[in-house]
Design a protein around this ligand. Structure first.
Ligand code: ATR
Length: 275
């Protein structure tokens, strides 16, 4: 490792990313001589960027939209979970010049739930997911790995949910978006992976009245922190876990690999990122 290891997040656009704040906070907190920056990278510059950064002292990077799938093409080693998800969010530049690609989104999702809802037992019943995009894919892989017996997917465009069932098999049940409410009572965990409720996006309007209060509910939207979806779940009496923790926890494996320190995700970390 170089004396002052460097890491970054790449994406396009990238200015909205909270990762520089998160990793910058951890570098300060653990008094590590290193840096973490944001780099806007256009599609046509992706390969060149990946080839050039290691020589400049970079030991790894986080990857966000639109490059999460494309980076796999340039990786020399891909973890099983990144292969299953079909996308990577964490790259490590090894000393022998090889690029290791991992996907820690699902890890971050589960770690956030375990912290926010410690009594949640993945094996105790089905998980229901709203949405069928890239985030849903990572979460399905993580839930299946955690031993969830059945995953119910409801998405506005049913064909995308069917495609996930084709990829991930029998453990998945697809429910029509307009009938999503009918499956809510079966759920031991309910997850929103759609952009509904996000600042600037459409409101979340599916009624959650059929939920049981024992169901744990989580949103991957974290802007705003308290989404209408989580408010509706709390109105039923459910434990509601916000999505910021998923972002924070997904950063842990990369930081540990690059800077040699496993960082904490706690109230101080949340405050630092929200400041
Ligand atoms: P990500 O990779 O973060 O999951 P995405 O692939 O753009 O993002 O997926 C966004 C999800 O939000 C999709 O499931 C999308 O539904 P469609 O597959 O039908 O597009 C869902 N979504 C976005 N806007 C929506 C809306 N107004 N009503 C219902 N679902 C919506």
């Amino acid at each position: 490792m170089t004396d002052t290891p460097r890491a970054c997040v790449i994406g396009n656009p990238i200015s909205h990313s909270l990762s520089p704040k998160l990793h910058g906070y951890w570098l300060d907190r653990y008094d590590i001589k290193g840096s973490y920056t944001a780099l806007q990278v256009a599609d046509q510059d992706l390969e060149k960027t990946l080839r050039e950064l290691p020589a400049q002292g970079f030991v790894g990077m986080n990857v966000t939209l639109p490059h999460k799938m494309a980076v796999l093409e340039f990786a020399d080693q891909i973890t099983d979970r990144a292969t299953l998800i079909g996308a990577a969010n964490t790259l490590t530049f090894k000393e022998d010049g090889r690029i290791l690609a991992d996907n820690t989104d699902g890890y971050g999702f589960i770690a956030n739930l375990r912290q926010g809802a410690p009594d949640w037992d993945p094996k105790a019943g089905p998980a229901m997911i709203f949405g069928a995009g890239g985030a849903a894919r990572a979460i399905i892989v993580a839930l299946a790995d955690a031993g969830v017996p059945e995953i119910i997917i409801s998405n506005r465009t049913r064909a995308k949910a069917e495609a996930l069932r084709a990829d991930f098999g029998a453990r998945i049940r697809v429910v029509d978006w307009v009938q999503a409410g009918t499956a809510l009572a079966d759920a031991n965990l309910l997850v929103n992976t759609t952009s509904l409720g996000m600042k600037g996006a459409a409101d979340f309007k599916v009624s959650l009245d059929a939920l049981r209060p024992e169901t744990v509910v989580t949103d991957i939207v974290y802007n705003p922190l308290r989404t209408p979806f989580l408010d509706a779940a709390e109105a039923v009496g459910c434990t509601a876990v916000d999505g910021l923790g998923m972002l924070l926890h997904q950063g842990v494996p990369g930081f540990e690999r690059w800077f040699g320190q496993r960082p904490e995700v706690d109230e101080a970390t949340r405050r630092a990122v929200l400041a």
